[in-house]
Design a protein around this ligand. Sequence first.
Ligand code: MN
Length: 322
Amino acid sequence: MEILSSKGKWLVLMHEKADGDTTGCAVAIASLGTRLGRDVTLAGPDPFPSRYSFLLGGMPYCQIDVVPEKFFGDDCVVICVDTSNAERSIKGLSAARSKVLIVNIDHHDDNSKYGDVNWIDGSSSATGEMVTELMSSSEWGITPQEANSLYTAIVTDNGHFSFPSSTAKSHERAVELLEAGASPGMMAEELESNMTEGALKLWSRAFSRVALFAGGLCAFFWLTKLDFEETLSTRQDTENLVNFLLRIRGVRLAALCTELGDGVRVSLRARFPLSAHEIAVSLGGGGHNLASGCTIREPLDDALKILRTEMERHAETSFSAG
Ligand SMILES: [Mn+2]
């Protein structure tokens, strides 16, 4: 916190395909900086995610590729939240490394520590827990609007305290946010009742293709480029979709495959003792044990076969070993 407060210009960066955690953290930090009279820019590589626009409260946001020149200097800091490696941030971050101070705050165990200051805590269920701790222990505290942002960060990353990553500490941070004025009811409505008609139609296409295998331990479904076009949906509309596969009794490993221009993006979710991380890594990706991702640079049909083989092998070895 001392590093941040000593700097006059803050560039607060969200990661690509921003989720609730990176968004809530970045908005809260940008709001704090603005309160402290700092010159703050809230930015990221993609447009601001529309499902979280209720958090902005009129704050400006910039979609950028490179670190703006005004942030080169001793009085500046770049703050990256929930971003496990520089590639997930804006394109120009690595090139700017020698010219700016980068503070990297994240809860991914496999964080590549690309910052000048790296605060990585894999025991946190969300980066929002860490930022809550940082702000609530500072003399500036947390405003009700910032509390809502951080509450959103925490609950979107730990499934409203339903994922095994949720700990006593997660709940303690939530208590601090409630005491600071967060409104869980209002946030739940904003977060749960915000789908477009197109998104619901997109989800129904994925649901119609649910495929179970490995004796019901594994499940996946997929979406094509055409699905997005015909339902007027975007990739942002797939957030949380993959988690629905884990609602099928017995399923412990789940994947959503999304056809992109240059391959197939795979979002993986697992329940203990299966590991989404192992599969993602074997296919060139990364993430957590319970939530990971990778990209398979093959046509959709081939990608599904490769993924299915990998998931089946993993399910077999996990259970024969354990
Ligand atoms: Mn996160």
